[in-house]
Design a protein around this ligand. Structure first.
Ligand code: PHE
Length: 508
């Protein structure tokens, strides 16, 4: 009968357990006529995967308890506001001085439309707004390529695409591509590149409105003054800013992107509320995991004391690099799989300014400036337009760039980030600064990673001990999904684990 219910979509099926989609949340009625009932579950880690696990299992009446090492839920989903204090593993303590309404999403900050994260926002009533991931008026600046001033995205693109199109058009016209193209294809290609690159009838690029104006057009008598295009293809290619153009087509980064209104932590806060804060123990640092065969015993330190918790099952939803340091009896396969996953670095600095000079002086409303300086990405805020103040992300960098900033004291991080920004935006980048707050994930206690690298992908045989339960312990997290470094990965991984656990409880 259970299999029949599964086929009718009334119960989870074995097939569904192995796939991310579709997901059907467990419900209390799944237990009707089965003679079975919801189990107790210890969830280790109150990040997005752990919260989603407890939330979904809670819909069917599972007795879930979350053990969270930090003093708040959300894991890497961390929105920094005025008054928030952190201490990193180097011992740097910072208290954010952002003014009311200003915030920095230190971790996740953007959501693609196809991501399941948006379904949770809808279900939990977390309002969303557009996150501007691409802006034609943001800057590109490659210092090492010899650029002495930033260029607007739209200008760089017009010149790149213009000269690229010119080359392609001329080659096509000369018959250089005749071996590849039919006569009809050739005409269609020419039509396309003439339009795409704004070419003249002689197939030459001489600039155009797509690159923008130095004086914008307006009323009659003001036709505008076009910007002067780069002098030739070689001048354009030398800037190497073309490397930034593919980003806007990426499957996980293409506009439109979204963010929760008021900060990304609206998601963990809503999940925490829905689960019931009474089910969550914060400041609980797990020190041991034992599968007893009949249940799972977890020891943890809280308020200076060692405590014990027991349940029928456990879901380990903490970072693999942290779990690898916890004594357990889950086997060497689990341990070597955990150790094969490597943690990555990333950091951000929020710079609060007394004025939104990037809007008034530069006419940039949201979006990202890209540079080859070690700050890597500079983000303009996608909220609070035309307000008094605003928080720029002064760096969002990874790997060795992130680690070298992390090694500096917070004041020195600010100074180095500001020096880079001044080169692009001018003096106000320094003179309008009110305060800053920096955050580095590899140096954050109990997380020690921004995201993880899983060589070979999560379905490689070496990770099977983590994609299947180890006795009564199941695993969940973005780090064991194909969408590492995204909440979508944590949420789909949690759903998969919830389905597997619920199916197991219903059938054993
Ligand atoms: N999700 C993170 C971000 O949007 C990290 C990431 C960057 C993941 C780029 C994939 C690609 O910045």
């Amino acid at each position: 009968m259970f299999a029949t219910m599964g086929a009718l979509g009334l119960a989870p099926t074995a097939a569904a357990a192995g796939r991310e989609q579709p997901f059907r949340a467990p419900t209390a009625s799944d237990f009707h006529l089965t003679g079975r009932s919801a189990a107790s579950v210890l969830v280790i880690g109150g990040g997005i995967a752990g919260l989603a696990t407890a939330y979904e299992l809670g819909k069917a009446g599972y007795d879930c308890t979350i053990l969270e090492a930090r003093d708040r839920t959300g894991g890497r989903n961390f929105t920094v506001r005025g008054g928030d204090t952190t201490t990193d593993l180097y011992g740097n303590t910072q208290t954010a001085r952002f003014s009311r309404g200003q915030y920095l999403n230190a971790g996740p900050a953007r959501l693609a439309q196809w991501m399941v994260t948006l379904d949770y926002c809808r279900e939990l009533g977390v309002p969303i707004e557009v996150f501007t991931n691409v802006n034609a008026d943001a800057y590109l600046y490659n210092e090492k390529a010899g650029m002495t001033a930033p260029v607007r995205y739209r200008a760089a693109k017009a010149d790149y695409l213009g000269y690229l199109s010119e080359l392609l058009a001329k080659a096509t016209d000369k018959g250089a591509l005749d071996g590849e193209l039919t006569a009809a294809d050739r005409e269609l290609l020419l039509d396309f590149v003439k339009d795409y690159g704004q070419l003249g009838s002689d197939l030459t690029y001489r600039g155009g409105a797509n690159g923008g104006y130095t004086t914008w057009p307006g009323a009659a008598g003001t036709p505008g003054v076009l910007r002067t295009p780069a002098a030739g293809a070689s001048e354009v290619f030398a800037t190497q800013v073309g490397r930034y153009f593919a980003f806007e087509f990426e499957y996980d980064q293409a506009m439109l992107m979204f963010q929760p209104v008021g900060g990304m932590d609206g998601i963990p806060r809503a999940l925490t509320r829905a689960i019931g804060p009474g089910r969550i123990r914060t400041g609980a640092v797990v020190t041991g995991i034992t599968d007893t065969g009949r249940g799972v015993t977890v020891t943890y330190r809280q308020d200076g004391r060692t405590r014990t918790a027991r349940a029928d099952y456990c879901v380990a939803a903490l970072p693999p690099n942290i779990l690898a340091k916890v004594p357990h009896n889950l086997g060497t396969g689990v341990q070597s799989a955990l150790e094969a996953i490597t943690p990555s670095s990333a950091g951000k600095i929020g710079l609060e300014y007394r004025s939104r000079w990037w809007e008034t002086d530069h006419r940039i409303y949201g979006g990202i400036t890209e540079t080859d300086q070690d700050v890597t990405h500079i983000w303009h805020p996608s909220y609070g337009f035309h307000g008094e103040r605003g928080v720029l992300v002064g760096y969002y960098n990874y790997g060795t760039d992130a680690d070298s900033y992390a090694r500096l004291a917070p004041r020195a991080r600010e100074e180095r980030a500001v020096a880079a920004g001044v080169k692009i935006y001018g003096a106000k980048y320094r003179t309008e600064l009110a305060s800053s707050f920096s955050h580095h994930w590899r140096q954050t206690p109990h997380l020690e990673a921004a995201w993880h690298s899983t060589p070979g992908g999560p379905d490689h045989a070496r990770y099977r001990p983590l994609t299947e339960p180890a006795g009564r312990v199941h695993f969940a997290g973005d780090w064991i999904s194909y969408m590492d470094a995204w909440q979508h990965g944590a949420l789909t991984s949690a759903r998969r684990t919830v389905t597997a656990l619920h199916t197991r409880v219903l059938s054993t």
